[in-house]
Design a protein around this ligand. Structure first.
Ligand SMILES: *Cc1c(COP(=O)(O)O)cnc(C)c1O
Length: 363
């Protein structure tokens, strides 16, 4: 796993930590009950342990949904959070799927503002590669084992400084196609960002690692031939080269997670003149088109790792390279187009960035 390589955030923390272990000093908390609904203002507390009943419903029945979004330093000063409104709406859809109360978009945005306003200065000013990863989570906090949706919920928002999940200059990853496990099923929770989806995926990820690959690729759960996602990231394929290249991503069939990065890259690729389509790609097609030089690049995308090239695929005994195993030009161009908008180096044509112009000075 990648580690952050410099001391940021709390001065108490000097050890090298894995992604997601290095939190800033505060967190935001909000609660919901049927009688009172949502608390109307986010509370900012010191980051720290909480007390819960052993009978907390979320722990037993998995009523837990989360989000992941990022705040960046802007070239012109200040901080900007990337598409928090889109994350707020997906958070609502995830909650709805798990019979949990939906948090109003305005309240979600207020929680983001409160957190970034307090801890945004943890983001070093001298290193544009770093970002502040925000982790909102909503869970059933009622102390009851009754088999029904819980009647009390807790929302938390915490964050940490990160340099990107894989690295800043991503090397192509190798992937194993999982023939044994499925991530999602039709009618299931695959399009919700819920905690249980991750628990169900870890074993396949471990199998990929044991096979000498870095990531797992998920196939559709019914026909077991359509390529859906890579780990917790969406996939794109590039056909051809140069300005006439086509950029393809699998359609949202209900078993894929609708990524905000996926959506953003579709828009950016179309804007740059590429033909952007949604199309199912089978494993056989992926291999044949790579070998024929039709598919020239494949990349995965998500908030944490941004855009990551895929260089090599293993499927049982079969093995093939994509674009000679090197990172491709369209992949790197789209990655840069996205990070440029996030960092204020390119115009924010679609008003994706929420500005936090006056973060409080730290402490
Ligand atoms: C979060 C997630 C993604 C990526 O979504 P982004 O909004 O781009 O971060 C893709 N697949 C899965 C399974 C996810 O949980």
């Amino acid at each position: 796993m990648p580690v952050a390589d410099r001391t940021v955030g709390s001065p108490r923390v000097t050890a090298r930590r894995e992604f997601g272990e290095w939190f800033t000093d505060h967190m935001v908390l909000l609660t919901w009950t049927p009688e009172t609904g949502w608390e109307n203002r986010p509370r900012v507390l010191p980051f720290g342990d909480l007390r819960f009943s052993p009978a907390m419903a979320g722990l037993h029945y998995g009523q837990v949904v989360f989000e992941g979004l990022k705040t960046h330093r802007r070239r012109g000063g200040g901080l900007g959070t990337f598409r928090p409104d889109a994350h707020a709406r997906r958070f609502q859809r995830s909650a709805r799927r798990l019979a949990m109360p939906e948090m109003p978009e305005e309240l979600f945005l207020a929680a983001v503002d409160a957190f970034v306003g307090r801890d945004g200065e943890a983001l070093p000013a001298d290193d544009g590669r770093l970002s502040l990863y925000l982790r909102p989570v909503l869970f059933a906090s009622e102390p009851s084992l009754a088999l029904r949706p819980a009647r009390a919920y807790t929302f938390l928002l915490m964050g940490f400084v990160t340099g990107g999940f894989f690295s800043d200059h991503p090397d192509p990853v190798s992937v194993l196609i999982s023939r044994e496990y499925a991530r999602a099923a039709p009618g299931g929770t695959g399009q919700a960002k819920c905690a249980g989806n991750y628990a169900g995926a870890f074993l396949a990820q471990r199998a990929a690692t044991e096979a000498g690959c870095q990531q797992v690729v998920w196939l559709d759960p019914v026909e077991r031939q359509w390529v859906e996602e890579m780990g917790g990231m969406n996939l794109f394929f590039v056909r051809g080269t140069g300005p006439g290249a086509a950029v393809v991503t699998p359609p949202l069939t209900g078993t894929l997670l609708p990524g905000v990065t996926r959506d953003s890259l579709k828009t950016l690729a179309a804007r740059r003149g590429y033909l952007v389509t949604e199309e199912r790609i089978s494993v056989g097609q992926w291999r044949e088109e790579c070998e024929a030089g039709v598919i020239t690049e494949t990349f995965a995308c998500g908030t944490a790792a941004v855009v990551t090239p895929v260089g090599q695929v293993r499927d049982g005994e079969d093995d093939w390279l994509i674009g000679g195993g090197k990172k491709g030009p369209v992949t790197m161009e789209l990655r840069e187009a996205l990070t440029d908008v996030q960092q204020g180096l390119a115009p924010d044509t679609w008003e994706w960035v929420r500005h936090h112009p006056h973060p409080a000075a730290s402490q």
